[in-house]
Design a protein around this ligand. Structure first.
Ligand SMILES: Nc1ncnc2c1ncn2[C@@H]1O[C@H](COP(=O)(O)OP(=O)(O)OP(=O)(O)O)[C@@H](O)[C@H]1O
Ligand code: SF4
Ligand SMILES: [Mg+2]
Length: 351
């Protein structure tokens, strides 16, 4: 049985869910990596995640989107303490994961599972499906052999794989979509509250992608699961997320309901990302084309003030001087920009 969260006094992070009971709250997470050059000389510090706060509600799907290298995976890994963040807090089911020691963290991790991008690489090629899916139960010493067998059959059925057909196969005898179903089954065995999917469907073809996204939706409805859905593909997350957080160079620059974010993006970076992401919806609003010029700045030496300013068509002097904070512009919609786009972006002069 899941424990009720303990009462506590921390402020609620920006982007807290509306209409969902809070499940996970990350506060001010910072993750940095020192780069070592030849001879052990320091090449600087990568600012991979800089003071990022985000919450996820029970039964909610939150998408985390952004360009390659924006810090999505690092943030996701900081949540599961792999490695632990340099500073900040991660409240999950009433406990701050950053304060837990090995055993406490292991217990909390039962309810916090991850599914990765490459289904083949994430499964042991020598093992049969039954052993792969059973492994977390064995690791946590759950049930008898017969109990575990029953549970493996249950979760294989849940993900649409007939145990009689698939339990004895090895990963090399499965398609990419079937491998990802096995990875999802393994994540489900311990009855988690939250699954973090890091580009979990990116390596699959479009039809299999749709099947796996439908499976995530089915599991959410049946099991009340929450998801953090990490992806670089805005069009893809649109159909599965309640809220979307946009990450740029280690910072969250906009958080909104999926509906608001796609209808009325307020951050120039979000607008540019949407522009570069082909829409499959013929009714989608037509927007002015805002292309992101140039490569992202180095996370070793991010620009002062707004980290998007070197590529932003709307940048002004203030953008170099002051770091914009995530600020609410309407209920549930926060943006970190000194000059956010209000209303219909078609009406704004975007330079
Ligand atoms: N262990 C590490 N050591 C040094 N730098 C790292 C390490 N892990 C990540 N980084 C750097 O941190 C930044 C964020 O990387 P991250 O993998 O989180 O990005 P991402 O948004 O997940 O990108 P992608 O969409 O390509 O998966 C990048 O500049 C990356 O090079
Ligand atoms: S703060 Fe300035 S540079 Fe940054 S996104 Fe807003 S307008 Fe552009
Ligand atoms: Mg990544």
């Amino acid at each position: 049985m899941r424990r009720a969260p303990k009462a506590r006094m921390e402020p609620v992070p920006p982007g807290s869910p509306m209409g969902f009971e809070p499940l996970l709250e990350a506060h001010d997470l910072v993750q940095q990596f020192e780069v070592r050059l030849q001879g052990g000389i320091s090449g600087g510090v990568v600012q991979a995640v800089s003071n990022v706060s985000l919450s996820i509600g029970r039964g909610e799907t939150v998408a985390l989107v952004g360009e390659s290298g924006s810090g999505k995976s690092t943030f996701a890994r900081s949540i599961i303490q792999s490695p632990p963040p340099k500073s900040g807090q991660v409240w999950f089911l009433g406990e701050d994961l950053t304060q837990l020691r090995r055993r406490g963290l292991m217990n909390a991790r039962r309810q916090l599972q991850m599914v990765f991008q490459d289904p083949f690489a994430s499964l042991n090629p020598e093992w049969r499906v039954r052993q792969i899916v059973e492994e977390p139960l064995v690791g946590y010493g759950v049930g008898t052999r017969a109990d575990r067998r029953k549970r493996v059959d249950e979760v294989l059925n849940l993900v649409g794989l007939n145990p009689q057909t698939f339990a004895r196969r090895r990963p090399s005898q499965l398609s990419g979509g079937q491998c990802q179903r096995v990875a999802i089954a393994r994540a489900l065995t311990l009855d988690p509250a939250l699954i973090i999917c890091d580009e979990a469907v990116s390596a699959l073809d479009v039809i299999v992608q749709a099947q796996i996204l439908n499976l995530f939706e089915k599991l959410r409805a049946e099991l009340g699961l929450s998801y953090l859905f990490v992806s670089h593909d805005l069009a893809l997350v649109r159909q599965v997320s309640d809220r979307v957080a946009v990450m740029h160079l280690g910072e969250i620059v906009e958080v909104a309901s999926a509906e608001d974010l796609y209808r009325a993006p307020a951050h120039p970076y979000t607008l540019a990302l949407l522009e570069s992401s082909p829409s499959t919806d013929p009714a989608a609003p037509r927007r002015p084309v805002v292309t992101i010029k140039g490569d992202p700045p180095s996370p070793l030496n991010p620009p002062s003030g707004c980290r998007f300013r070197t590529r932003c068509p709307m940048a002004q002097d203030k953008c170099a001087e002051e770091r914009p904070r995530l600020t609410a512009i309407s209920a549930g919609h926060q943006v970190a920009c000194h000059f956010p786009i209000h209303g219909d972006p078609k009406e704004r002069d975007l330079g």
